[in-house]
Design a protein around this ligand. Structure first.
Ligand code: SF4
Ligand code: SF4
Length: 253
């Protein structure tokens, strides 16, 4: 049986909860994997080495930098889960501002806050074997990735855009029907195009798809939907604001 550890860095715990949320599959998971360390579910201490480490959260402190290197050294496979771990998360918005300013705005005693000037993804510090995007991740995708490693083949998930999922479920395009900005054309598939199915534009929770053409979408949105540059920037500056493909769109535009 493969031994799994689940780790948390700077994050909201939502992606770890996806594992607990696999209610119908938990017994089957338990037959095939030993969940050796998972603080969200058990107070058991870590006992390395691990076959698979699932890592949630971004790196924001010196202590976290040391810990992720230690985790990497004790793990055969390291999989990052969620926008925080794969792209720095919503907390990476502070990368665009002065750390001191952010600390003063948020905390009554900013001098007590000892953090790095940036929030960065795990891949900036150690080698990552697989990245599962999303805020939060899709629990079925997590299951698929775990079984891929159990049976010894590389995971194969849909690498297309949210538009593909949107068309497959037969949803009318909100950009065409209501001139609503939608990041679906440049966003990685995985959510099942939930937002357009409720008449809203995609928020880009799953981050950039492979080779996204964000500058082209931005130009089109300005010309055809009359979206203001500030609104466009805000649309890209959310959960995956420093991901390649989203963070540079306004420089190229
Ligand atoms: S990616 Fe989203 S759901 Fe997952 S830990 Fe970060 S903020 Fe929470
Ligand atoms: S609504 Fe959004 S995701 Fe759906 S087809 Fe239109 S642009 Fe793509």
């Amino acid at each position: 049986m493969k031994k799994i550890a689940v780790w948390k860095f700077t994050s909201c715990d939502g992606c770890q909860l996806s594992l607990l949320d696999l209610e119908d599959e938990l017994l089957e998971i338990d037959k095939n994997f030993v969940i050796s360390y998972f603080l969200e579910a058990s107070s058991r201490s870590p006992e390395p080495p691990f076959d698979i480490s699932l890592v949630e959260g971004s790196i924001t402190t010196e202590e976290a930098k040391r810990k992720i290197i230690e985790i990497r050294n004790h793990s055969s496979i390291l999989i990052t889960i969620g926008a925080c771990a794969t792209a720095g998360g919503i907390q990476a918005l502070r990368n665009f501002a002065s750390l001191q300013t952010v600390k003063e705005r948020v905390y009554p005693q900013p001098e007590l806050i000892d953090v790095l000037p940036t929030s960065l993804p795990i891949s900036q510090y150690v080698q990552v074997d697989y990245e599962l995007q999303g805020c939060p991740i899709n629990k079925q995708q997590l299951l698929s990735v775990l079984y891929s490693y159990l049976f010894g083949f590389r995971p194969s998930l849909n690498s297309g855009s949210v538009c593909m999922e949107c068309k497959m479920r037969g949803t009318p395009c909100v950009m065409v029907t209501s001139k609503t900005l939608c990041l679906g054309p440049v966003t990685h598939a995985g959510c099942g195009a939930i937002c357009p199915s409720f008449g809203r534009g995609c928020y880009g929770c799953y981050g950039p798809k492979e080779t996204p053409n964000s500058p082209s979408l931005s130009r089109w949105a300005k010309e055809k939907l009359c979206i203001e540059p500030t609104a466009l920037k805000q649309a890209f500056h959310t959960f995956n604001c420093i991901a390649d493909g989203f963070k540079r769109f306004d420089e190229d535009d």
